[in-house]
Design a protein around this ligand. Structure first.
Ligand SMILES: [Zn+2]
Length: 362
């Protein structure tokens, strides 16, 4: 493993005199913390109380160590050598302090975390814990760097969101899948709110932008097929945006319409049932199930389940797992009203984001 190393030397080689000074410092710290606690106890400032509580916790941890080490160091004072405490797996700050008190000279070495250790965790020691060494011996303490964890987590998920439709439909034909002679309109007009009069493309853009924020807040990178209504992007082209993004999931946002105003509820469609989508069918189905479950739970909307579809252009051109959320019926007065309130839109976005995260972690 090629680990980058950064060395920080702390504390000179300490003899027994330094040990006594350190012990005295710990005793003074104890007194100060005691005073601090007394002051904090009588104060009303929450921040002060919290700070002092933290200090107390740190002190208690240090106290556990120092009792043990005081015994070791008392022997060490006579023998001028001592057993090096084994500090692998403990925090580097704690290790530094314990070694100093025990009379050794810690040499802190920061390396990239290769084994998933928490930042600041001691990975190895040289000489190792348990060795008997003379006072003042330099002990190399190798610990995991914080930066390495960030790097390891640097490969983030990508989700492509497609707000359905656009201001002007484009009814020109395009193949329903790669190499197909069968065609469908490039982009249909979508539905309109029965009560609100809101066009589906606008309502879905609002929901999609909230979904973008919700996913980004969960650490997911988002690529949008559109962020405005005045665009002309066919369904095949939208799938291509997801393909080019290398998306882990392509989420298409729509609302339903029905001639029966009483029909309501949400459903999630997924790519399935033809040779084009065969490579993505299993993952698409899993994503649809996770999203549908979370969406219905978050919104309280009736769940109409998941639906396999082989006839959707925006699925057939996708090479990444693809789902289409029908977030409610705009032909239903109540769902139309809800879908056009910021509060319900947020619930839809949060529900879908929850489901997407479950899917991504599968
Ligand atoms: Zn639609």
């Amino acid at each position: 493993m090629d680990r980058s190393r950064t060395q920080r030397r702390r504390g000179a080689r300490t003899g027994w005199r330094a040990l006594v000074v350190t012990a005295a410092a710990v005793a003074i710290l104890a007194i100060l913390v005691g005073i601090g606690l007394a002051v904090a106890g009588s104060g009303a400032d929450d921040d002060v109380v919290r700070d002092e509580t933290d200090a107390k916790e740190v002190f208690e941890e240090e106290t556990d160590v120092s009792i043990e080490e005081t015994v070791t160091s008392a022997e060490a004072t006579r023998t001028q050598s001592a057993e090096i405490p084994d500090l692998v797996g403990r925090n580097v700050g704690e290790a530094e302090m314990v070694l100093s008190i025990a009379g050794f000279a810690p040499l802190l070495v920061e390396v990239e975390s290769g084994g998933g250790e928490a930042p600041g965790t001691v990975i190895s020691m040289d000489p190792p814990g348990g060795s008997i060494s003379e006072h003042g011996t330099e002990v190399e303490v190798v610990y995991a760097a914080a930066a390495a964890v960030t790097e390891a987590a640097g490969s983030r998920y990508v989700v492509c969101i497609d707000p359905g439709h656009q201001a002007q439909a484009n009814l020109d034909p395009e193949p329903i899948g790669p190499g197909s002679s069968e065609t469908k309109e490039k982009v249909r007009g979508g539905t309109t709110g029965k009560t609100t009069g809101m066009p589906e493309y606008q309502t879905m853009l609002e929901v999609s932008l909230k979904l973008k924020e919700a996913l980004e807040a969960r650490g997911v990178d988002v690529v949008m097929t559109r962020t405005a209504n005045d665009v002309d992007i066919s369904n095949a082209e939208r799938a291509e945006v997801a393909n080019q993004a290398g998306a882990d999931l392509f989420v298409r946002m729509h609302a339903d319409g029905s001639n029966d105003a009483s029909v309501s509820g949400c459903s999630t469609l997924y790519a399935a049932g033809n040779t084009w989508v065969q490579p993505i069918e299993e993952r698409s189905k899993a994503a649809a199930e996770d999203v549908q479950t979370a969406l219905a739970a978050k919104t309280g909307a009736a769940s109409r389940g998941t639906v396999p579809r082989s006839d959707i252009t925006g699925f057939n051109w996708a090479r990444v797992p693809a789902i289409l959320v029908e977030s409610g019926f705009m032909s239903n007065p109540e769902e139309d009203r809800l879908l056009n309130t910021p509060e319900y839109q947020q619930r839809v976005a949060d529900g879908i984001a929850d489901g997407v995260l479950i899917y991504l972690e599968r």
